[in-house]
Design a binder for this molecule. Sequence first.
Ligand SMILES: [Zn+2]
Length: 641
Amino acid sequence: MEHIIKYNWRYIILVTFLFTLVLNAQHQHEKYQLLPFGSIKPSGWIKTQMQKDVAGFVGNLDVIVPDLINDPIYSSARLHKQSVVKDLGNNKEGDTEGSEQYKWWNSETQSNWWDGFIRNVLLLNDKEGIKKVDKHIQEVLQSQDKDGYIGIYDQELRYKFNSENGELWSKATMYRGLLAYYEYTKDKQVWNAIVKAVDNVMTNYPIGTSSPYSSGNQFNGGVSHGLTFTDVLDKMYQITGNTKYAEYALFLYLDFSKTYQSEKDVQLPNIFNPNYKLQSHGVHTYEHLRPLIVAAYASNNIELKKALEIYIKRIEKTTTLTGGAIGDEWIAERNADATTTGYEYCSLHELLDSYSVLLQKQGDLKTAETIETIFYNAAQGSRNPNHSSIAYLKTDNSYEMEGTKNGEVEPNRKQTRYKYSPAHQDAAVCCNPNAGRITPYFLEKAWLKENNNTLVNVLLSPNIMETIIQNKTIKIETITEYPYQNKFTFVISNPNYAQPIIKIRKPSWVSKVLTNESYILENDFIVIDRKMGSEDKIQIEFNTEIQIKEDTNKEKYFSYGALFYAKPIIAIEKKGKTYFNNFMDLTYKPIDTNRFQFIEDHQASFSNGQLIIKAKNINTHQIENITLIPFSKTILRQLSF
Ligand SMILES: [Zn+2]
């Protein structure tokens, strides 16, 4: 005990010391530059899926859970001293975190939903959706006070808290959407409103002399989510180049590190404690990777960079091979397991987003591969392939989806999260809004810029990218079925003869690159540096082999290219709660209870998008031929053998 206290003192001193760095921070060079939101639009199967989402739960959440979305919490019904806890239609048994959080919850539900909706309809050029978005943005602008405040608290409460609150979190979620809208439309009025609103935060929580994250010593999940206000600051820094935003983000992270937090994985003393294991609420832990990245780059400080490395290694241990990071809901010092650790859809989105910030700043291609793994495997594999709904919680091996985790009985909670729903209102309407965000966020980082003359395709996907390079417009459409096939045609429309260098990421699983282009390989990039015509084309195909990957529990996963393959399990589909317009909850009960074991002589072969393997039936002890399909297209499944 004494040792721990001494240890923590050492780091309280460190954090205090780091504060002195805020004033003379030297921003570290960031490897790649972002293209403004909207530069990369979906095409192919991703576009089709987004259109279905907009016709489905992403476009209709406001009518599926109207009370949550229509609560004017940012305007006429801002929270005040007499505000009471809201009934959000969720089942609270087993919740030990207190009810104060239910006051601000609607702000998260609304703003995360709007953020996803705004991005989807803008990227799809969905006229009806855009009309709705324009109206919403006008309402947000009207809600802004003269001093710049956009948020959920009245004059008396705002910025004056000593307990759980959603001040910064309600702003982070809303301003992220406003920034996307601004980047797409270049609407000056919206930009000015955001600048004023962010200034209002910086004035009321002054750098160095205030403590925005001080909120007593009880559960403070909302305060802690508010650390992602650094998302807004990082984007403001990217857009303006003004380091005041990055420095303020550094200040926020350091203040978070030295104050009491119930979600404490990312606090510096805990990162530097070698015996500490991740234990907080998963979503918080993964979204908090971003503030740490932003702080490390804002300060260019060696201790923070070390902390970042340690934190990333810890997260890797909580993540299954498909990218499913423990989120069911506290990590509780566990390591990932294919059957027993569930991942929340929110965690998938937050971790993907955090890695994409890391990729942009650090440029490590391993990170790009991790992002694709999450998006194409765990995240796609948590969607219902036949209905517009997602799983709130999901496991790699999914043997039932009747509300519970592979038959586990939780003593203090009626678990309902392991099912498919367009809302999951009985638990919390958090995952569905985030399921609307993940695709636009993934696409946003597909292409990045390097040194003003290089276009870098880091995340492979069907998309249409349009940008200005060397003061000339260029458009590149990636035509591909990837990751279901590994063949790409890049159709280049280049009327003004821009001459960029084009880099295309070569994934680690590629055994051979087939192309007529002459290229050099540079750090797993295929670098094409040749004269580009006004209408041009690059064709590339990757060969790959079946790979068998082993997780830390020595279970075997079969992969081919970017995808994992699982044995689907036949199930009975049962209807649950029905919402507006035939949207409904669905549960799945298995019919087939056979389980299979890995054998060395598996003779795996790939054809027509499927893997055929030999495996031992655990029930009958017979060796059988079984067919594995892309994990992303399954409901119940056995993935690890
Ligand atoms: Zn969630």
